[in-house]
Design a protein around this ligand. Sequence first.
Ligand code: SAH
Length: 215
Amino acid sequence: MKRDERIERHRMVEHQIRDRGVSDERVLTAMEAVPRHLFVPPDLQNVAYGDHPLPIGEGQTISQPYIVAVMTELLAIGPGDRVLEIGTGSGYGAAVLARLADEVWSIERIPAVAAQARENLRAAGVENVHVVVANGTLGLPDRAPFDGIIVTAATPSVPDPLFEQLADGGRLVAPVGGRDLQYLMRYTRHGTDIKQESWGGVVFVPLIGEYGWED
Ligand code: SAH
């Protein structure tokens, strides 16, 4: 019997995400719509809806569904918004963001990972994500400001250029801390003031480069 991805996705949303407290219906609907199995390597498609991150090659991972949902909820984006993601990885997170915002710019430093992400996004029919190969710690000054900026790799501190590219009222979500454990932080810009909130502990692969760690 063929697996029914829609049923698996519905279970994922109900048991891994809603039951744990993510309540933004728009986020839940987006997670229910994006075909996560198209963003993992073919031999892992049968476990694509499990409650864990998965390897995607080049030492990188696709994040656990619950963490994608939490970060997306914290980012609080909506129609008309422009979003910047640092760390495209599989492209899955970008695909979820793309259902909520107008336009998503996503930066990936490893060309082969970016190429696969573009292919995954095409296969999933996502058209409003632009994948850029670059060092994401510098952001995308030419496209700034952004209403939401999401960093999906661990960083010891938020790179200054990213704060500079955040719109007034914009939110920046990032795992900040050491190499082995980080705190998921949300920063909200009000003029020159930045409000800071901590969600809790998380573990991400490292952000490489200036402001991050050495390769
Ligand atoms: N959001 C992804 C998961 C990201 S994994 C998903 O939904 O699948 C983190 C990614 O960040 C990896 O692909 C890694 O290569 C990338 N990365 C690390 N440092 C980076 C940098 N300085 N600039 C851009 N991408 C970076």
